[in-house]
Design a protein around this ligand. Structure first.
Ligand SMILES: *Cc1c(COP(=O)(O)O)cnc(C)c1O
Length: 398
């Protein structure tokens, strides 16, 4: 029997989680694998955040909460938007979900009709195209190049808008490239999008992780008009090293947030009660953890970019944010490992995992077969060893 719906058949499992699973399987066999696959910070969640959750548990805060999150957490989110970006929202414009990914999912379900097109600058996070397809809509990838710093140009964006286009996704700083748009660049994209009646979906999950004094700008702060056509998605996973807690949120027009809340009410209900208390502490407590993490990431980024560029046949631009690098490795395609030709990023990633015991994610998963993605959310020691192994493995290819 074929039990599966067409919808389920359209969807691939998350490629980044798959790489981590393969690396873990090797580790379980006793192989010492260096993992550059992970999309999460390697730091522990700060103690005050854990304490807040413990306290909530001890006090019996273990029941259903309002579907869209507790008021105190919504207020803390509103306050963060005000302090960080000077934007004002009210509680009706905020939804707390089980991770930013869940907010995005609710959003796509709330605003997309079958056949609607969603513009996605590429290389892009693996989940956008699949989530858009789950909502029966059509992902339209807009490629960008290394030469342009992996940023799309406004003319190209405009040329891809059709009668069916409903939304534009912006992810700055980006996963997988780490590249980010300046305020002017962002405005040049947002203005024509709003003019064309599109909803702007801004995934700002890496907004706090920018380096070398780069100034992160929220799409919501560009203008009142743009803010009214935008849904901002963010969460505590990356900034506070809380990926397993599953707390993310969305801010946007009240009618969109209300529809997203209804969808959440018929699927997951509220995000975990005591995890919300942890997130409340993360967003309203001292913010020094974020700065320390940023400093450490910045140091690792400098090192890893330097090492990669010193390898034969590898070029790697220095990203403005997030914790990924996206080196171009295409000059190695066509070379062989023991008679087996490596034809693309998947072959190269498999070669590195099997022969060098280093886990990286093939760029083809993000929309660029010339590249691989490495996360530097791992210790400096691991990064050094991983770079040595990749360098040696690439030299062996003939
Ligand atoms: C990690 C990530 C998310 C999702 O984070 P959650 O853990 O679901 O809050 C969203 N967007 C991008 C680009 C990410 O890398």
């Amino acid at each position: 029997m074929d039990w599966l719906a067409e919808r389920a058949k359209r969807i691939k499992p998350s490629a980044t989680l798959a790489v981590t699973a393969r690396a873990n399987a090797l580790k379980a066999q006793g192989v010492d694998v260096i993992g550059f696959g992970a999309g999460e910070p390697d730091f522990d969640t700060p103690d005050p955040i854990k304490e807040a959750a413990w306290k909530a548990l001890r006090e019996g805060f273990t029941k259903y909460t309002p579907v869209g999150g507790i008021d105190a957490l919504k207020d803390a989110i509103i306050e963060r938007f005000k302090q960080d970006s000077g934007i004002s929202y009210d509680r009706k414009q905020i939804l707390v979900s089980c991770g930013a990914k869940h907010s995005l999912y609710n959003l796509f379900m709330a605003v997309l009709n079958p056949g609607d097109e969603v513009l996605i600058p590429a290389p892009c996070w693996v989940s956008y195209p699949d989530m858009v397809q789950l909502a029966d809509a059509v992902p339209v990838l807009i490629p960008s190049t290394e030469k342009d710093g992996f940023r799309i140009k406004p003319e190209v964006l405009k040329s891809r808008i059709t009668k069916k286009t409903r939304a534009l996704i912006i992810n700055s700083p980006s996963n997988p490239t780490g590249s980010a748009y300046t305020e002017n660049e962002l405005r040049a994209l947002a203005e024509p999008a709003v003019e064309a009646g599109l909803l702007i979906i801004s995934d700002e999950i890496y907004g706090k992780l920018v380096y070398d004094g780069f100034r992160f700008v929220s799409v919501g702060s560009l203008s009142e008009k743009i803010r009214k056509s935008a849904v901002i998605v963010d969460g505590v996973s990356k900034s506070y090293s809380m990926t397993g807690w599953r707390i993310g949120y969305a801010a946007g027009p009240a009618e969109v947030i209300s529809a997203m809340t209804n969808i959440q009410s018929q699927s997951t209900s509220n995000p975990t009660s005591f995890a919300q208390k942890g997130a409340l502490e993360a967003l309203s407590g001292p913010q020094d953890f974020v700065g320390k993490m940023r400093e450490e990431f910045s140091r690792r980024r400098d090192y890893i970019v330097g090492r990669l560029n010193a390898m034969p046949g590898v070029t790697c631009s220095k990203p403005q944010g997030a914790f990924y690098v996206f080196p171009n490795v295409a000059t190695h395609f066509g070379k062989s490992d023991q008679g087996k030709k490596l034809l693309g990023s998947n072959d190269l990633a498999t070669y590195l995992l099997e022969k060098a015991h280093v886990a990286v994610v093939a760029g083809v998963e993000f929309g660029s077969d010339q590249h691989v993605r490495l996360s530097y959310a791992t210790s400096m020691k691991q990064i050094e060893e991983g770079m040595n192994r990749i360098e040696a493995a690439l030299k062996k290819l003939a």
